[in-house]
Design a protein around this ligand. Structure first.
Ligand code: OGA
Ligand code: MN
Length: 296
């Protein structure tokens, strides 16, 4: 069956792909069609992909250079469930496959994913595509929602656009966690929360289209008083995540969802805390920083 893409939902930034088995190496024409699909849509959904970790890695690598996931959560090196440093373990499972206790600080930290964000906006070179694969799911809840930051930008009035255009924000996972009341960071962990700079408006490297670059990790605007900056970022986020710009994905085991962090935000939705949710992310590295700064 040849590959085809069907638009899902009313807002045209989510595509569902059929006719591809991603567990096998793909011909370059299919790889090119997937990149084009990402430029046309921003989020692509593939069903029934029964990946092993190696196959997910191989598919991701066939699209471009991988990001290393170290420093994405509070798991220490000896505490990893997944062997490869290229996997972001987005699950609620410890090294032995047991569901985190509710008061586990690794779980509390992971809840940060429930805030709208763009992956690795806290890194000097933020992420390009994220590829999240579902291995085991809770009985209910746990959708992932997406928001189209290009359509949101297009909807802003000229005055808002003129205000945003020159601004540079500081992003750190510390800011997103503090918003949820999580302050439990040890002195040894502190260095990796050093804020990085991101432009508030970014131009997509392949489509040339602008989008508003928001993320819960954004906590300051350079040159602005903090409360004014936070209030402005909250207003922008509220405007950009109105229903007309969003899509909610209900997972099935074997789904692979790929999103372009350069154009979208996403967030996790809650699910029963005592049930396993095993979802594994591989990530493609972005091409360049969005703002000038010292190297990491
Ligand atoms: C991620 C993420 C959301 C979810 O993998 O980067 O934010 O629903 N996931 O697990
Ligand atoms: Mn994420």
């Amino acid at each position: 069956m040849p590959m085809s893409i069907r638009a899902l939902g009313p807002n045209g930034f989510v595509g569902e792909i059929s006719g591809l088995d991603l567990t096998k190496p793909l011909p370059s024409a299919d790889i090119a069609a997937i990149h084009k699909g990402m430029d046309d849509f921003g989020v692509l959904i593939f069903h029934g992909q029964n990946f092993t970790d190696e196959q997910q890695l191989a598919y991701t690598q066939s699209l471009g250079p991988l990001e290393v996931a170290i420093g994405f959560n509070l798991r220490k090196p000896g505490d990893q469930r997944l062997a490869s440093p290229h996997f972001a373990d987005v699950s609620n499972l410890d090294k032995d496959g047991k569901v985190y206790k509710r008061d586990d600080r690794r779980w509390q930290f992971a809840i940060g994913n429930r805030l709208w964000h763009s992956d690795s906006s806290f890194k000097v070179i933020p992420a390009k595509y994220s590829l999240l694969h579902a291995r085991a799911l809770p009985s209910k809840g746990g959708n992932t929602e997406f928001a189209d930051m290009r359509a949101a930008w297009d909807s802003f009035d000229q005055e808002t656009k003129d205000t945003c255009e020159p601004l540079v924000c500081e992003h750190s996972q510390m800011y997103s966690r503090q918003k949820l009341g999580f302050f439990d960071i040890t002195p040894e962990e502190m260095p990796r929360f050093k804020p990085v700079r991101q432009r508030l408006v970014r131009v997509h490297p392949s489509t040339g289209k602008k989008s508003i670059y928001l993320s819960s990790h954004a906590g300051r605007i350079l040159g602005w008083p903090d409360p004014e900056a936070r209030a402005f970022l909250l207003d922008l986020t509220e405007a950009a995540t109105q229903r007309e710009f969003t899509y909610s994905h209900k997972w099935a085991v074997g789904d692979l969802v790929m999103w372009d962090n350069q154009r979208t935000m996403h967030r996790a939705r809650p699910f029963p805390v005592n049930e396993p949710r095993d979802v594994r992310r591989t990530t493609l590295m972005g091409n360049a920083p969005t703002a000038e700064q010292e190297a990491a």
